[in-house]
Design a protein. Structure first.
Length: 487
């Protein structure tokens, strides 16, 4: 794919819909949750996430200077927040980097089967914050998936074969609601020892439709035991289980629970359903089940997507899909009445295509979906686990196999990619854009300075005729009383 030179358009993050709907109602939100939570408010990691997003991509907060000596062209690139929650730009960068790392680490090339496990509503709010329970549930799902992948090889007498999987944990649906679900990306087969210091791949045959339901039944049975030990399963205890999260952070627990149910937690419409556009009231929630899918007691499993071993471009596209950030700027729209319109990636079964939020309602949803720091969203099992026996031979490690000077992917310059990608290196791969090519002469832009001192930042921006500072968070606009609305 031919690369295009990036047109010099300074990133104007300050005037995006996301910046506007965070900046204006932020202080009222913090005051509201502080009042409702007896002064406790939101967890400490939520407010910094919002503050960082407001500084992300804003030249007045600092930038780097790139210059082409031949073309006398200069580009200023603002700093990023590197947030893990709601920033579309930083989430997109992380998506592209992780997808590239997964694809480049996948040696030898083997067929990949992608699946998905949807969880019942009664578990989603707990899994959204209780990561110990989430890890246990994910472990049950991964073991069921690994056993399913290893079954054909063991039926042929291969007992030592080991499958592998990488599972992405997604917290959000495209309608911007907390919907915890998992997507395993599994090796469609098993590894075994082959030639000296080598591996043999044993591909699996495509699963039949009737084979999916027993796998889900096994996962469901094991999950009942795991949840029962934590008194999270109906019938596991005579009393309601203790909810330490609700006790420690009752406000955020309420936000998460309301988001899972598609309802409003704060403001005049508390308890009402989030407004939906495109749906027809009374429409039955029905839909045809596709091949290799099975529902059971609120769970749903599918293993429909298959990627051939040498189609690395499609594999990377699937990885990006699993790792996509919760928000996309092009799906957020600010209406003239101040409400936020969120367009879904695909219509619901009842025809819903968009969600309509008051600014405060949208911000409370963002607070609910913000993940805790230092929580992994990718988990590896089987042959791709951190301490797996094949890890030292390059399976999923992303490192060069010892003694193999030609192993591992290389970039256009013949060098292996670094463990941490630069965004300038990811842009050609993800968007076919050469962001360090001079738009005037085609030469290379080189870093000449990193500007952080506020006085220097203001002087340079004033010289260039750019805004000297971002707007501070201000009060939310008055909202009409919709307490009587049914949603």
């Amino acid at each position: 794919m031919a690369l295009q030179r990036a047109v010099s358009r300074p990133r104007d993050a300050k005037h995006t819909v996301l910046h506007t709907v965070i900046r204006e109602p932020l202080e009222p939100l913090l005051q509201t949750v502080s009042d409702q939570g007896d002064g406790g408010g939101l967890p400490r990691f939520v407010e910094p996430e919002f503050r960082d997003v407001l500084r992300c991509g804003v030249l007045a907060e600092g930038f780097t200077r790139l210059r082409c000596a031949e073309g006398a062209f200069e580009r200023r690139v603002p700093f990023s927040c590197q947030g893990r929650g709601v920033c579309p730009s930083c989430g997109g960068r992380r998506m592209a980097e992780r997808a590239a790392s997964l694809v480049d680490a996948g040696r030898p090339h083997v067929p990949i089967r992608q699946g998905g496990l949807t969880l019942p509503y009664r578990l989603r709010d707990r899994l959204a914050w209780d990561h110990a329970v989430g890890r246990a549930v994910l472990g049950v799902s991964a073991r069921g998936r690994l056993a399913f992948s290893a079954g054909p090889a063991r039926a042929r007498g291969l007992r030592a074969g080991q499958p592998g999987t990488v599972t992405a944990i997604q917290r959000v649906a495209s309608g911007v609601t907390v919907t915890v679900h998992v997507h395993p990306l599994g090796l469609d087969g098993s590894f075994s020892a082959g030639p000296p210091d080598g591996l043999t791949v044993h591909p699996a045959s495509p699963p039949r439709d009737e084979e999916v339901a027993p796998v889900l039944a096994t996962i469901r049975r094991r999950m009942r035991r795991v949840l029962g030990r934590r008194t999270l399963e109906p019938g596991a205890a005579d009393t309601e289980p203790a909810d330490p999260f609700a006790e420690a952070s009752p406000v955020r627990a309420g936000l998460v629970g309301a988001s899972v149910q598609g309802r409003v937690a704060l403001g005049p419409r508390t308890g009402a359903r989030v407004r939906r556009l495109g749906h027809e009231p009374g429409t039955a929630d029905v839909g045809s089940r596709g091949p290799r899918q099975a529902p059971l007691d609120g769970f749903e499993l599918h293993v429909t997507v298959w990627v051939p071993p040498n189609d690395r471009a499609r594999l990377e596209q699937r990885c990006r899909s699993l790792l996509r950030p919760p928000l996309a700027q092009d799906r957020l729209h600010l209406r003239t009445d101040g409400r936020v319109l969120v367009t879904r990636k695909a219509a619901w079964r009842d025809g819903t295509t968009q969600g309509l939020f008051e600014p405060l309602e949208f911000l409370e949803t963002l607070a609910a979906l913000t993940p805790r720091p230092a929580i992994h969203v990718l988990r590896s099992h089987g042959a791709r686990a951190p301490h797996a026996r094949w890890r030292s031979q390059g399976v999923g490690s992303g490192r060069t196999v010892a003694g193999d000077s030609d192993a591992g992917p290389r970039n256009a310059g013949g060098q292996r990619p670094p463990r941490s990608w630069a965004w300038a290196a990811l842009m050609p791969r993800a968007l076919a854009l050469d962001v360090v090519a001079c738009p005037r002469c085609g030469g290379r832009l080189r870093l000449i300075a990193t500007v952080q001192h506020p006085g220097v930042v203001r002087a340079i921006l004033a010289h260039r005729g750019l805004a000297p500072a971002p707007d501070p968070p201000g009060p939310a606009p008055p909202q009409p009383d919709h307490a009587a609305a049914t949603g």
